[in-house]
Design a protein around this ligand. Structure first.
Ligand SMILES: [Cu+2]
Length: 76
């Protein structure tokens, strides 16, 4: 999974802006960008949240397929 920080949540557009780390699944270096996300995912996100996520290209657009709070995982 990739680390991200929520910068913006736009429920009307179904988008979330994340500052993300290396994202090899999409061939991206760290950057800040918008992802499509389901209503269900958007409801759980607030600006400033630190998350870990998976993203894929869905219908030609970067889309969050799984998001969890960064603190939820057990420390290693
Ligand atoms: Cu990106």
């Amino acid at each position: 999974m990739t680390d991200g920080e929520v910068e913006q949540v736009d429920k009307e557009r179904g988008e979330v802006v994340l500052k993300h780390g290396d994202l090899p699944s999409l061939g991206m270096p760290p950057m800040t960008m918008a992802f499509n996300a389901s209503k269900q995912v958007l409801e759980r996100l607030s600006v400033g949240d630190k998350v870990r996520f998976y993203a894929e290209i869905v219908k030609g657009e970067p889309t969050l397929t799984h998001v969890e709070p960064a603190g939820e995982r057990a420390p290693r």
